[in-house]
Every structure is written in C-alpha cells, then in structure tokens.
Design a protein around this ligand. Sequence first.
Ligand SMILES: Nc1nc2c(c(=O)[nH]1)N(C=O)[C@@H](CNc1ccc(C(=O)N[C@@H](CCC(=O)O)C(=O)O)cc1)CN2
Ligand SMILES: Nc1ncnc2c1ncn2[C@@H]1O[C@H](COP(=O)(O)OP(=O)(O)OP(=O)(O)O)[C@@H](O)[C@H]1O
Length: 202
Amino acid sequence: MHDNQSQRLQLRKLIRQRRQQLSPAQQQQAANDLVSQALALPALNNSQHIALYLANDSELDTFPLIQTLWQQGKQLYLPVLHPFAAGYLLFVRYDQDTLLYPNRFGIPEPLAECHRLLPVDQLDIIFTPLVAFDLKGNRLGMGGGFYDRTLSQLPTKSRSKVIGLAYNCQQVDAVPCEAWDIPLNKVITPGEYFDFRSMITP
Ligand SMILES: Nc1nc2c(c(=O)[nH]1)N(C=O)[C@@H](CNc1ccc(C(=O)N[C@@H](CCC(=O)O)C(=O)O)cc1)CN2
Ligand SMILES: Nc1ncnc2c1ncn2[C@@H]1O[C@H](COP(=O)(O)OP(=O)(O)OP(=O)(O)O)[C@@H](O)[C@H]1O
C-alpha cells in the first residue's frame, strides 16, 4: 500500500484507541465544556442554520451542544449518507421530534426528505467530526472521504464556516495529508479554540 495511506490507517487506529480510553466522567465533562467553547464562537450569534453530527465511535459527544442550540432557537442539521451520489453527504433538518434511523455504519440519521434538506452553501456553520487534526488544519476523518467530497463543493471563501470538533488528545504533530483533503480553518476542543489562519507565520 502507498506509504501515506498506511500512515493514515495507523494514525486513525492510534487516535481512535486514545479516544476510547477516556473515562465516562472525562467524556461527560468534555461534552459540557464543548458547549461553553461553542457558545463563545464569534460566528454563533449570527448563525441560524447549523450542521452538527451525532457522536459515534467514542467521538466527542455533541448532544449537550445540540440541546443548547435548540433552546436558542437555532435550526440544526445532521449529515445523511446521500442515497444516490455515493460518498457524498446531505444535510437534513434535525428537530427535537425528528425520527432517526441507523445508516449502514449504525449512525442514527433522519430521512432525506426533500423539504428538510439544506444545500451546504446555505449552512451558516458546519461542525465536523474528525479523528485527528494538526496545527495546519489538516483533518483525518473515518476514511470514507464523505466530508472531503461534500465540502469540496464549497467555494474557498466559505471554508471558514467549517469547524472541526475534537478532544485535545486528537491533536497530532502532522496529519499525512492527501491532495483531496479540505483543510479546516478552525477546530474547537473542550478547552481550546484554534484558528489556523491566524496561526500561520509568514
Ligand atoms: N458521527 C459521525 N457521523 C458521520 C461521520 C463521522 O465521521 N462521524 N461521517 C464522516 O465521514 C460520515 C460517516 N462516515 C463513516 C465512515 C466510516 C465509519 C466506520 O465505522 N468505519 C468502520 C468500517 C465499517 C464498515 O465498513 O462497515 C471502521 O473504520 O472500523 C463510520 C462512519 C457521516 N456521518
Ligand atoms: N473530493 C473528492 N473527490 C473524489 N474522491 C475523494 C474526494 N475526497 C476524498 N475522496 C476519496 O475518499 C477516500 C477516503 O478519503 P480520506 O481518507 O481522506 O477520508 P477521511 O477524510 O478520513 O473521511 P471523512 O471525510 O469521511 O471523515 C479516498 O480514497 C479518496 O480518494
């Protein structure tokens, strides 16, 4: 296998294990701390349509954040595996009473009903899951390329609305990146806010 690919596989395995070792108490604390970090985001006030995800595979739990944003009257959206365009995601409205069905990875998702879809360019913030990130904003995901493909449809100037969510232990020195990777401008962790554009030194 190509060297970069095997490095990505190894890193994915390592960081997923690292995440799985967090205790239930640590996970809960992190999920609550994430709410304060997200509420401090300058962009949040002016954002009405926000995409999130439901945690899977020991990802940082977004549910406390989801509940807080619902209380604030925000309209939330979840990723749904595209029924026709393989490898792409659709973003579907998620309300408190929306019924969810497990997709082929076992992740609960709403039905992809046309009137509940919002095109990616109309979302104000897209919070993405990730496995590992580095300080250049490189992102390693679960390996399906779903977010990379879907976000490649966004014009570069809209990339700043994409924000990765992760535990601090998911930060690595360097993600071995590929040509198709869409770098993140921002990542929030339970304790930190990273804006990679402002961290680039000339
Ligand atoms: N919470 C969450 N939702 C998400 C994503 C995600 O990373 N996290 N995705 C981000 O793209 C999409 C789903 N992508 C996924 C890709 C691989 C696996 C996964 O568990 N792979 C298994 C192999 C399973 C199989 O092939 O049947 C594995 O790696 O062990 C899960 C989700 C859409 N929804
Ligand atoms: N924009 C794209 N167009 C076509 N193929 C793509 C694109 N982005 C990624 N892919 C393909 O998807 C596969 C998985 O990509 P990658 O390993 O980067 O996924 P990932 O970032 O870990 O996963 P995800 O984005 O779903 O969280 C690769 O084989 C790659 O060729």
